[in-house]
Design a protein around this ligand. Structure first.
Ligand code: PLP
Length: 424
């Protein structure tokens, strides 16, 4: 079946024809393609088109798709069974790797998605501090649990409104939504709600609204304010963990959160999540403590085997400098091409993550990201796709590189993206 036939059938059976909304191409227009296989830096559609992939399954595929070492690890685990519902040896090995690499993690609990990780970390922070309110930042995405699907109100201190039907307003009231990169707003929130704020949750580099980098000292000031006011600091490193450094953004900036959430890369392409942190906080979890959290498939042997292989490869290859070199190549290409065409553009890039905003001024938060030209991005997206380059189908998503992009793929992609910009 072609992508068109599959999508027609899918729409009859699955809401919107997709199992996760952004896949439906709503924000760039057109209909999604279906993928039948993926290898290295390339995905192959149901229509037999080969595309150079900068989505990398939304981040996990840092070694490229279907890496032989990860495949072999899954195959070997498969010989022994797919799920036991008891502790298994892989879980210990995975925990050892995470604790060794991520500076702030002393103990870790595995779960099945990033959403579960952030939801559980918030519950744990509330249980530990015996406080109800949380701070999140507009434009930061932490999965789709109720307390975290809240967008900003009009003023910095207004209570959140739910972003989704089905989230009770009474839940939303416990979530304070503030602008990113504004430490004064955080200080004001702590003063306005003394002794009530359990935690701050933040993507240290927000990467679900394009890509935003923190201003110097911002993350350190979040750390200081949490310590001063008895709240926990949660770094949501589901995206950035193991992508920019083995220890995540916390290693790069030298700021230690109390809790960290992980996902994506640590599953090697299988469904996974994890949260970890200070021993005294983590030991509040059941069965030792009063905060309940569980999972039938948590620590699943196949997912652990895949994740362990992915992390060991990162340790052996230490590919971060190579990835960053490719990231700079793309950034320079996009800047040169937009300049030649006379288009205003911002190309934030760090390591193997980048994005292209059509905007005259740097993007520092959600509000400035929303002012960028998303219609022009949609045209750029489709021009790239026509040439065989697949970018995230939204103006507000980060692009990812893998080690498999090195060589011909990256050079071809740069040529195609330049041509796409020239054609706008
Ligand atoms: C992807 C992501 C999540 C959600 O993870 P899922 O596995 O999709 O539930 C949470 N936080 C961040 C920062 C993410 O990028």
């Amino acid at each position: 079946m072609t992508s068109e036939q599959l999508f027609a059938r899918a729409r009859e059976l699955i809401p919107g024809g997709v199992n996760s909304p952004v896949r439906a191409f709503r924000s760039v227009g057109g209909a999604p393609f279906f993928v039948k296989s993926a290898q290295g830096a390339t995905i192959t559609t149901a229509d037999d088109r080969h595309l150079i992939d900068f989505v990398c399954t939304w981040g996990p595929a840092i070694h490229g798709h279907n890496h032989p070492r990860i495949k072999a690890a899954i195959a070997s685990a498969l010989e022994n069974g797919t799920s036991f519902g008891t502790p298994n040896p892989y879980e210990v090995e995975m925990a050892e790797l995470i604790v060794r690499f991520v500076p702030s993690i002393q103990k870790v609990r595995m779960c099945n998605s990033g959403t579960e990780a952030t939801m559980s970390a918030i519950r744990l922070a509330r249980g530990f501090t015996r406080r109800d309110k949380i701070i999140k930042f507009s434009g930061c995405y932490h999965g789709h649990s109720d307390s975290l699907l809240i967008k900003a109100g009009s003023g910095a201190l207004t209570h959140g409104n739910p972003d989704s039907a089905g989230v009770p307003a009474s839940f939303a009231r416990e979530t304070l939504v503030l602008p990113y990169n504004d430490a004064a707003a955080v200080e004001a929130a702590f003063l306005a709600h003394p002794g009530q704020i359990a935690c701050i949750i933040v993507e240290p580099y927000p990467a679900n609204v394009g890509l935003i980098l923190p201003e110097p000292g911002y993350l350190a000031s979040l750390r200081r304010l949490c310590t001063e006011h008895g709240a926990l600091l949660i770094f949501d490193e589901v995206m950035t963990g193991f992508r920019l450094a083995k220890g995540g953004v916390q290693e790069l900036v030298g700021v230690k959160p109390d809790l960290t959430t992980l996902g994506k890369i640590i599953g090697g392409g299988l469904p996974v999540g994890a949260f970890g942190g200070r021993t005294d906080v983590m030991d509040m979890l059941a069965p030792v403590g009063p905060v309940y959290q569980a999972g039938t498939l948590s620590g699943n042997p196949l997912a652990m085997a895949a994740g362990i292989a992915a992390l060991r490869l990162l340790e052996e290859e230490n590919p971060y400098e190579r990835l960053a070199t490719m990231g700079r190549q793309i950034r320079d290409t996009l800047i040169a091409a937009t300049r030649a065409k006379g288009l205003p553009a911002q190309v934030p890039q760090t390591g193997s993550m980048f994005c292209l905003y059509f905007a005259a001024n740097p993007i520092r938060d959600y509000a400035t990201a929303l002012k960028t030209d998303a219609v022009l991005f949609g045209r750029f997206f489709h021009a790239c796709l026509a040439k065989g380059v697949y970018l995230p189908p939204s103006a507000y998503e980060a692009c990812f590189l893998s080690t498999a992009h090195a060589g011909a793929s990256i050079d071809q992609a740069c040529t195609h993206m330049s041509d796409a910009i020239r054609s706008l």
